[in-house]
Design a protein around this ligand. Sequence first.
Ligand SMILES: Cc1cc2nc3c(=O)[nH]c(=O)nc-3n(C[C@H](O)[C@H](O)[C@H](O)COP(=O)(O)O)c2cc1C
Length: 258
Amino acid sequence: MSRDSIGHTLIVAVILCVACSLLVSGAAVGLKPRQMLNKERNSQKKILELTGLYDPEVPIAESFKSIETQVVNLDTGEYVSDIDPNAFDQRRAARDPALSESIPSGEDVAGIVRRENDSIVYLVNKSGKLDQIVMPVRGTGLWSTMYGYLALDHDGTTVRGITFYEHGETPGLGGEIDNSKWQASWIGKHIFDQGGELKINVIKGMVDTAKPNAEYEIDGISGATITANGVTNMIHYWMGPKGFGPYLHRLQEEGVVQ
Ligand SMILES: Cc1cc2nc3c(=O)[nH]c(=O)nc-3n(C[C@H](O)[C@H](O)[C@H](O)COP(=O)(O)O)c2cc1C
């Protein structure tokens, strides 16, 4: 067959396509474990930064050993002993009908459609006592599901920090949920009032610190009220009776949270 024939050109094109697709798919499969590890390290770094335990001089995996990881059943608030927290894939569980439940649309304030039966929680202990509880939270913003962590003080209501590790909101608008100043404005705010009612709210505009409700209010994000409302809604869902409410209640009953 002549090198310039149509048949020869087609054979070369097919061989090239097959070789390239094998190369690309091989790289995608081969690099998957490394990508997963990087994702995990990124989440761990966020949690360490959130809890004030991040030290750039110490490997992340090493620092993370000081944090206790548990799996909690969201309905009962009890720890689950037969799930290995290190192997638990919560995002996969949320998609698995056997490990999650569909949320009736009237109750789906966070816009997440399904809720997993169990969730990871991270506990920071100091001198043998609970100091902070870090809980994963997620909810819909304007464009995306926003994934983050909320850290509460050992009183079970005071915010120690909030962070987001994945979202697709617009940089400069909804993306300002990553703004460290805005995140810092959450610290010291209260999720619940004295009677246990969920009060935290990202408001529209600036918080008037002279008002009694200021302890439950967070400054709005200018031009991004939809994302800001999404954050309020996600915190309400995850701190409520279908989220970590039963868990926080149990810790309170047992005197772990006080
Ligand atoms: C290109 C584009 C991107 C936007 N991205 C966001 C966003 O990420 N989050 C958000 O809440 N609003 C975003 N908005 C604005 C919303 O459409 C809406 O106007 C805004 O949330 C209302 O908030 P405001 O009352 O504070 O202005 C975007 C608008 C445009 C045109």
